[in-house]
Design a protein around this ligand. Structure first.
Ligand code: NAP
Length: 266
């Protein structure tokens, strides 16, 4: 396999640093550069806490994507910056693999069109953990038989977007097989606003944020005299890296945008 040259945006972050470790482990991946908010012009290997990888850090994303010879950008930053980086990558012939969550539907549509226009493989996945992808697929299957469903997602308290990208994606998959309808009593009233969670076509989504959590989700289905719970826990961020690696390998073969890791699995 030919070496794939990768730029990582967000290398000091919890996910970005795992991506650097993954690149260091994989013989067919090499780090071309990093995009960070600090440490302009410094080599990754000279920064305490980052792996021994020989690549320069840029604080100017446009200069990085324009000057550095790279195949793929892995973005693990924040919703606003991730969107800007993804567009810059596509406009500079670099294929984006985006783990950053919180893009709007309009942004996703715009990026889909841009990737198609540029014919550049792009992977945006709200969850790169294989177990989470299976949880979403199983949930879609279960919703055919149990249309009353609530999603409870739980994340660490530094997360910026709510509900999580995984919860939004799960709801989208369920919506493909579930007719919109109100759940709960028709006269129910919230005595504390928000008590029933977000309302997506009558399906409720609840977001919990606590220190100590990583990324967890339960999809609870209710039927006559029974409930079914489909649950996934990422207990360490390395759980996402086999999916990120797969996405990098697929991005160089694709020429359109793929949203969701499930489309890359057999
Ligand atoms: P994090 O620890 O806060 O890391 C984000 C990093 O991005 C920080 O180091 C931050 O730097 C950096 N950053 C912010 N703006 C930047 C910019 N303009 N250029 C370069 N770097 C910039 O967050 P995380 O937990 O790693 O999560 C990162 C993203 O991945 C989030 O959107 C999260 O929801 C998502 N995520 C996705 C998955 C998945 O499977 N798809 C799994 C987990 C998390 P500062 O510290 O200086 O601000």
């Amino acid at each position: 396999m030919e070496t794939i040259k990768v730029i990582v945006a967000g290398p000091r972050g919890k996910m970005g640093s795992e991506a650097l470790n993954m690149i260091q482990r994989e013989q067919h991946l090499s780090l071309a550069a990093c995009i960070d908010r600090e440490n302009d012009g410094i080599n990754v290997k000279d920064i305490h806490g980052l792996p021994d990888l020989d690549a320069l850090i840029y604080t100017d994303a446009e200069a990085c994507l324009n000057e550095v010879e790279a195949d793929v950008l892995i973005d693990l930053t924040t919703p606003d910056n991730g969107y800007i980086h993804t567009k810059l990558a596509l406009n500079n012939g670099v294929r984006p693999v985006v783990g950053t969550t919180g893009f709007t539907q309009e942004q996703l549509q715009e990026l889909t069109s841009l990737a198609e226009e540029k014919q550049l493989g792009t992977v945006i996945a709200p969850n790169f953990a294989i177990g989470a992808v299976l949880m979403m697929q199983f949930s879609k299957w279960a919703a055919k038989h149990f249309p009353d469903v609530e999603i409870i997602e739980k994340h660490h308290d530094q997360k910026l977007d709510a509900p999580s990208g995984t919860a939004v994606k799960t709801a989208e998959l369920i919506k493909e097989v579930r007719n919109p309808h109100h759940q709960g009593h028709k006269d129910e009233k919230e005595t504390l606003p928000g008590a029933r969670g977000a309302d997506e076509e009558g399906m409720r989504i609840h977001s919990m944020r606590l220190p100590g959590l990583v990324a967890h989700q339960e999809v609870v289905f209710g039927g006559l005299g029974e409930t079914l719970t489909i649950k996934h826990d990422s207990i360490h961020r390395e759980s996402f890296m086999s999916g990120v690696k797969l996405a990098v390998e697929k991005a160089v073969e694709l020429d359109t945008l793929v949203y969701g890791l499930e489309h890359l699995l057999d």
